[in-house]
Design a protein around this ligand. Structure first.
Ligand code: SF4
Ligand code: SF4
Length: 225
């Protein structure tokens, strides 16, 4: 989820690249599952998350959406996020957290879960990682290389895709804003674009093979809606 905050208040003031060491290693979380609870709609998925989840679990995106995810509006654009569920006394627990407080989909968990307690800071058409100093309860974290921590194959290609996705969303959000203010039918147009966007990037299953090729092919498909 995008946030507009003063970096000095939430980070150690540094920005990190894939080869930098960062104090993010929470040592297998050691019995803590705090960041899998009470997260509201903040764990938003990107298309690679959907691909990884759907392929890893063998479940179609539309079924995942019905059972474990939900949709949220981010600056006019509809995006899927992990749905927090009520469990016993607790109001918000990730539907993938098991009874022992462990992630039941660890190999396929979304990018936001992988990088935590790192965040992404975007500027000038790219991004760097930053350490969220107040988010992780384990204050005795170890140092780890960023590429190792994010635990995703071909991390350079992945980062390039994440950056492209972020700025593509920004363009679409800007387009939607203009449509809404210029057109008296702005809302129906917004809905049309959002439905096409969801279908193209999240609901249409990705095939086995290279995800990135499929993603960029879909992005080239032309106008949405
Ligand atoms: S708060 Fe830190 S230690 Fe606790 S589950 Fe999250 S990452 Fe792990
Ligand atoms: S997907 Fe896994 S790591 Fe992410 S919030 Fe849910 S249980 Fe936690």
């Amino acid at each position: 989820m995008k946030r507009y905050v003063d970096m000095r208040e939430i980070s150690d003031g540094r920005l990190y690249g894939l080869n930098d060491m960062v104090k993010a290693d929470c040592r297998d979380c050691e019995g803590c599952s705090a960041c899998c609870r009470g997260m509201g709609n903040s764990i938003v998925l990107d298309p690679y998350d959907m691909y990884r989840l759907s392929a890893g679990l063998g479940i179609l995106p539309e079924v995942l959406l019905a059972e474990k995810l939900e949709l949220t509006v981010v600056e006019g654009l509809i995006l899927p996020n992990l749905r927090m569920q009520e469990r016993g006394e607790e109001k918000e627990v990730c539907g993938f957290l098991d009874e022992n407080g462990r992630c039941s989909i660890h190999p396929y968990r979304p990018g936001i879960c992988r990088i935590f307690p790192l965040g992404r800071y975007y500027e000038n058409g790219s991004f760097r990682y930053f350490l969220q100093t107040q988010e992780c309860r384990n204050q005795n974290r170890g140092k780890v290389k960023v590429w190792k921590w994010i635990d995703t194959p071909d991390s350079k290609r992945y980062d390039a895709y994440i950056s492209d996705w972020h700025f593509y969303l920004q363009e679409l959000q800007e387009y939607l804003r203009k449509e809404a203010s210029a057109d008296s039918h702005g809302l129906s147009r917004e809905k049309e674009i959002n439905l096409a966007f969801l279908e193209r990037f999240f609901l249409r299953p990705y095939q086995e093979g290279d995800f990135y090729e499929q993603f960029y092919q879909r992005r080239r498909e032309g106008k949405l809606g």
